[in-house]
Design a protein around this ligand. Sequence first.
Ligand SMILES: [Zn+2]
Length: 340
Amino acid sequence: MLRPRRAPRTDAPQPDPFDPAAFPGLEERRRIGGAARARWEAVLAGGGPVLADGAMGTMLFAAGLQFGDPPEVWNLSHPEVVRRIHRGYLDAGSRIVMTNTFGGNRMRLGLHRLEGRVAEINRTAAVLLRGEVDAHGGGALVAGDIGPSGAIMAPTGTLDYAEAVDVFAEQAAALIGGGVDLVWIETMSDLTEIKAAIEGVRRVAAGIPLVATMTFDTRGHTMMGVSPEQAVTALTSWGADAVGGNCGNGPDELVGVVTRMRAADSGALLVAKSNAGMPELVDMRAVYRSDVAEMAAQAVAMRVAGATIIGGCCGTTPAHLSEMAARLVGDGPDSADAVG
Ligand SMILES: [Zn+2]
């Protein structure tokens, strides 16, 4: 007996209606994207794999950042340390490197009474990274990093959508003013918040390349219950140029997320930036157990699962990224032989 056609997945609904003017389609983005889009398309032209970078926070803590202090302030107070970290990832082979601006929005900076310094901090971070990229030959892309607002969206929480768009637009404007090639929105759990972030970016730079990644750390879903299928469908429809997962419980879980995204969307450009395993608390410090060899093997598994842009998140260092680069080199589109 013939198997019945598979019913549509119930966990991959169509996204909410949205205003196309706020989320321009690919043709429109290409038309207005300018030099930044040309650089993005040049790096992606070979089809990947493209190595992203590894952790910033982990490296800053190792350099003396104290728990609870805002890492973004180090762009101003310790620029040589931030530049050295970027240089480590460029030396490892990273082609997409992220600014030290994860918490650089006015809500998170406001916890440290720094809400008035969003422009200065983000612009400086972009200039620091651009300086290192240029010193390294200029072939890598400068990605402006935008993390969550730190607040919970209404109606569950207090942050309403229009204000969230403003918060993210302010940060994006500073990053873009500092000269980033693309914006990378990461570690999001809530689809409404990441939609606001995308709209904020598009308000200030409608054509700039945009990567959007969420954190799938709760039984294959984000903390707010978003599945990989829902994420890839929604983020692609809102005009993200690449989508995927970052952070989370370790590379083996993220391989599963990439596999599910690829099954739900055969064409999306997929991204995997995993933590080096589950953090364990040792002497009040987070310690990540996945070693260099395991992360490199998992990078190949992510490539086989369908990821094009591959990097590391919390706990990864230039040593991890260097070994990932070595294992991914020579790995073609049908790369199953690279696993052995
Ligand atoms: Zn992380």
